[in-house]
Design a protein around this ligand. Structure first.
Ligand code: KG4
Ligand code: ZN
Length: 363
């Protein structure tokens, strides 16, 4: 089965042609062609994603991205079994462009159309294991349940518990900003370009290597012992702002020290909440997903936590290539639904609408 997957929820325009089949070892998912265009540079001057610009760029680029993905696959739309598109969560004007484009293709080529939850895309693609000898081949098998997913991106920071395929319970979430958003805002305060997460991470790791033990600020770890799996990052962001005001102009070394303290604070919160969530849920598998899943320090801390305190839990960390938004993950989630007969090609969804706040728990 082949699907054409479209992702436009934020500032990445992605289209992928993904093929899936059932095998004894699980679902085999192969990317036949993919094209992904990041608008990050264009949004950089606004210090974040500017929805009207994102919409315009998606509209302009989708036809070209489609051609590229099909050319890479050496395929035509006539060959696909379904068209699948991100319906939420995300920026509604951005989501709508992908949905309208998908609807047109679906009508024109008489293909069934399905809407995919972006966060489920992060979970399913993070759960898929990657075949080392091929860049485009993944195997997806339901790991031991319950599966605890920690999703950390620019718009979300939440723990979702999956007891069976496609059924999620949110057991904790940020009450204000997402962790990725805090990374981006603090990066901006430090004069680093958007998106700031990778820049903070680079500076922080340099400080860990070259200035161990040195510290001149101490930032809060909000809600660390709040007794729930909920989180908060807006107070940390404000504390960073005030601390930077007090510190005045910073040279490279002091910026790196600050970045390290900030990354430590976010890491401490996420690790403590992950510990609590693993204890509370008795999860057998722990999976990390979303853009911040690329953060090397967080990956290392979570690995250490599971190794030391939850040795029976299987940790699945996504390949770096799929941590950021992309259409392959949307194809993976859709193929999981279709190949496991949760969706039926002959009864596509009647109407797909952009849903900016679409939750994993709403079914
Ligand atoms: O999932 P994603 O690509 O888009 C959303 O759905 O939001 O996540 C983007 C977020 C941005 O906030 C970006 O700064 C952050 O992921 N990010 C990182 C790293 N790489 C990306 N944050 C910390 N460390 C990184 N290495
Ligand atoms: Zn995302």
């Amino acid at each position: 089965m082949k699907v054409l997957a479209i992702e436009t929820s934020c500032d990445e325009t992605g289209i992928a042609l993904v093929q899936g089949e059932k095998t004894e070892a699980g679902l085999r998912l192969r990317t036949l062609g993919e094209s992904l265009l990041s608008q990050a540079k264009l949004h950089a001057e606004y210090g974040g994603v500017y929805p009207t610009l994102a919409k315009r760029e998606h509209e302009k680029n989708l036809p070209h991205i489609l051609e590229q993905a099909l050319a890479e696959a050496g395929a035509r739309i006539a060959e696909v079994d379904a068209i699948v598109v991100t319906e939420g969560p995300g920026l509604e004007p951005a989501l709508w462009t992908g949905i309208e484009f998908a609807k047109k293709l679906s009508t024109q080529h008489q293909k069934p159309l399905f809407g995919v939850n972006h966060m489920e895309g992060h979970i399913v693609s993070s759960l898929a294991t990657h075949a080392e000898n091929s860049a485009d081949l993944y195997t997806l098998k339901m790991p031991a349940v319950p599966v605890l997913a920690l999703l950390v991106s620019g718009g979300h920071t939440e723990f979702a518990l999956m007891r069976e395929w496609f059924s999620y319970e949110l057991i904790g979430r940020t009450l204000d900003d997402a962790a990725g958003e805090a990374f981006d805002k603090v990066a901006r305060m430090l004069g680093l370009p958007y998106p700031g997460g990778p820049h903070i991470s680079r500076l922080a790791s340099a400080a860990r290597d070259t200035m161990p033990g040195t510290s001149e600020v101490s930032l809060p770890r909000p809600m660390l012992h709040a007794g729930t799996c909920d989180m908060s990052f807006s107070g940390l962001k404000t504390a960073a702002l005030y601390a930077l005001r007090d510190l005045g102009e910073l040279g490279e070394d002091r910026k790196a020290l600050f970045a390290r303290e900030f990354e430590d604070a976010v890491g401490d919160v996420l690790v403590e909440k992950a510990r609590r969530a693993l204890e509370e849920t008795g999860a057998k598998t722990f999976v990390l997903g979303g853009g911040v899943a690329a953060n090397a320090y967080l990956r290392e801390k979570l690995r250490a936590l599971v190794h030391a305190e939850f040795p029976g839990v299987e940790l699945r960390l996504p390949r770096l290539a799929i941590t950021g938004d992309n259409a392959v993950m949307i194809g993976h989630a859709a193929l999981a639904h279709l190949l496991r007969d949760d969706w039926n090609l002959s009864s596509p969804r009647a109407e797909i609408r952009a849903s900016g706040n679409l939750s994993l728990a709403s079914k």
